[in-house]
Design a protein around this ligand. Structure first.
Ligand code: ADP
Length: 506
């Protein structure tokens, strides 16, 4: 089976969030399994800065239509080895499995940021990603990749399934190509003014509610939703949630019409990147059987963050985007109460200025108790996951969420809102007594704490249960062992995608 994964970001080449982890890890898993897989991503400035020596020109250059003009697409490549390492590919070997194709155009992608700056999204994102989508299709055609599956992710790539159903419908290069479109977060849709229909080279016939019009605007995400052969999203619970007005962001009706091709497959985490027993980014490695390294990471984290408190109190943490979706409002409301009982807290996140200001003020009110790091720092994230005891994830909604899985793998117990992927990956501790008394009164089941109502009260109630259990070292160790024994690897999820690719006809 010949598969192309198309995404606007993929680790390790470019990353602003979970999409990069997921697309990069899925691709590496396919390569590891010996499948004929290709990856398509834009060639951003940050990619060149970090991977320049491994990236070479393929020799393919195309003039790609963007509205009434054309833009030059230069196709670059690198290779991912079965080990997951990035390597330079030999000339003339572009069609070999494991090739990463980078779509280059300096006007569009040679920028410091991927999608926009702190003051807002780039004004030409409709052009940038229409160009990217068309360039990918043209590259597949010119290279003669003969794809069975083109697997697109999020709105930036959503025009591809529509192009395959319209402009390229009768193109023999795509006669057997199925399109799969994965929704990572329905909250991000790519809304643009009507004239973007022309930028994307689409017929005005499609500018209607059954097409890709959305309340007077063009909605790129809708292009994928109405035209992909298979739709997926990143957890089973989220696949059900997005069919309802509460989680549907105005597209639940469109999705209900396509419900029979919509499947939820939970993301995994990259076990190469996230393994506490081999992690080179943490000062001390550890396993479920020997947690002494975790204790040392904890000390290091407390020291680095300048926290002061009782050695026995738990360290709480939050790692993620500072956005309404992540539940920052109730996090800020809950934190002062969560600190009772001697807890300390580290917050690592970047995002909306209003949350940044409020968190900075809160950290100022609780010096030595709350530390706020407003940076995107992957190495620090590893230390935070490893050195904390409790991971806070009060999301308003959470399509899948990687943080809770990473936390559990590092023996850090999630307190999470029961929505989307956190509902599917965290097993709620229903009876703390089972942990406190061994198996005396029943099996100690559970890997974390979940709450349903979106309120600081409901959140704090579960934090308190976690903090109480943390007071018993033995009980806490039992809980850590449960959390660390979960399987969040990509193997199972990648297998499910492969079955899905094989199972449905175009
Ligand atoms: P999202 O909705 O942002 O995609 P996920 O939980 O799916 O959320 O993935 C977020 C990813 O980004 C995780 O790997 C998390 O560790 C990482 N991350 C988020 N914020 C930061 C930060 N400030 N520094 C380092 N890593 C971060």
């Amino acid at each position: 089976m010949r598969i192309a994964i198309v995404t606007s970001e993929a680790a390790p080449f470019s990353k602003t969030g979970g999409l990069a982890d997921v697309a990069g890890a899925l691709f590496r898993e396919y390569v590891k399994c010996g499948l004929t897989a290709y990856l398509f991503v834009p060639l951003y400035r940050a990619t060149v800065r970090q991977f320049g020596p491994f990236i070479r020109r393929t020799g393919l250059e195309l003039d790609v239509a963007v509205g009434r003009e054309t833009a030059r697409c230069t196709v670059w490549c690198a290779r991912i080895a079965a080990s997951g390492d990035v390597t330079l590919s030999d000339e003339g070997t572009e069609r070999e499995p494991g090739t990463v194709f980078f779509i280059g155009n300096d006007d569009f992608f040679d920028r410091e940021d991927l999608y926009g700056t702190a003051s807002g999204e780039f004004g030409d994102n409709d052009r940038r990603f229409a160009f990217f989508c068309r360039s990918v299709v043209e590259t597949c055609r010119s290279m003669g990749l003969g794809l069975d599956v083109v697997h697109c992710h999020d709105w930036e790539t959503a025009l591809i399934p529509l192009y395959l159903k319209t402009a390229y419908r009768n193109d023999p290069s795509f006669a057997k190509t199925k399109s799969v479109f994965t929704i990572h977060n329905l909250g991000y849709q790519g809304h643009f003014p009507p004239l973007s229909m022309e930028v994307a080279g689409l017929s005005w016939d499609l500018f209607r509610p059954e097409g890709i019009e959305f309340y007077g605007k063009v909605n790129y995400l809708k292009a994928g939703l109405i035209s992909a052969d298979i739709l997926t999203t990143v957890s089973e619970t989220y696949a059900k949630e997005i069919l309802t007005p509460e989680f549907g962001f105005g597209l639940d009706g469109v999705l209900r019409k396509r419900a029979e091709v919509l499947v939820g497959i939970v993301d995994g985490i990259d076990y190469g990147d996230w393994d506490p027993s081999t992690d080179t980014r943490i000062p001390h490695v550890f396993t479920a059987d020997d947690l002494s390294g975790k204790e040392q990471c904890r000390r290091e984290l407390i020291k680095r963050c300048g926290l002061k408190g009782r050695r026995t109190g738990p360290v709480l943490c939050f790692v993620g985007r500072l956005a309404g979706q992540k539940g920052i409002d109730i996090l800020i409301e809950a934190l002062p109460r969560a600190l009772r009982g001697g807890a300390l807290c580290v917050v690592l996140g970047t995002g909306e200025q209003r949350y940044h200001d409020r968190l900075a003020a809160l950290a100022g009110d609780f010096p030595g108790k709350i530390h706020f790091h407003s940076v995107f720092d992957e190495a620090l994230a590893h230390l935070v996951y490893a050195g904390s005891d409790i991971f806070l994830m009060p999301s308003l909604y959470e399509p899948c969420g990687l943080g809770q899985m990473i936390a559990m793998r590092y023996g850090t117990i999630p307190v999470a809102r029961m929505t989307g992927g956190s509902a599917d990956t965290v097993v709620h501790v229903s009876h703390v007594e089972h942990f406190l008394c061994g198996d005396l009164f029943g099996e100690a089941k559970g890997t974390g704490f979940l709450f349903g109502e979106y309120s600081a009260e409901a959140f704090v109630a579960q934090i308190y249960r976690a903090v109480c259990l943390h007071r018993s070292a033995e009980a806490w160790k039992r809980l850590i062992r449960n959390a660390m024994s979960g399987d969040f690897s990509w193997e199972l999820s990648a297998q499910k995608y492969l079955e899905l690719y094989a199972g449905r006809e175009r």
